[in-house]
Design a protein around this ligand. Sequence first.
Ligand SMILES: [Zn+2]
Length: 98
Amino acid sequence: MTDLRDFGKPYHGIHPAAPQAGYERLTWQEPDPRNDRFRVRDHTCECQRIVYELCQAGGLHFIRRLYRSDGVTEHESDRMRAPQAARLWLRILLGQAR
Ligand SMILES: [Zn+2]
């Protein structure tokens, strides 16, 4: 059992699986500056260097990728409808898409 105090957080969120053989390489874009209002519906664990967020803006969904090194580099997926975004989210968590 890992001592969670080592992480400075009371618990962990989802840790995505490592990329699987033949995983789909997604096209990650610069954040849309019009995108000032969105809700984060789900996210992966903040202890990871790369955090993924399932986001909703109006009726459309997208996935954000936050890469932390010195600062935070943000990228995001295409906009898509909820069922398509849910499938993509699952594929990212399973290591089938990145
Ligand atoms: Zn974690």
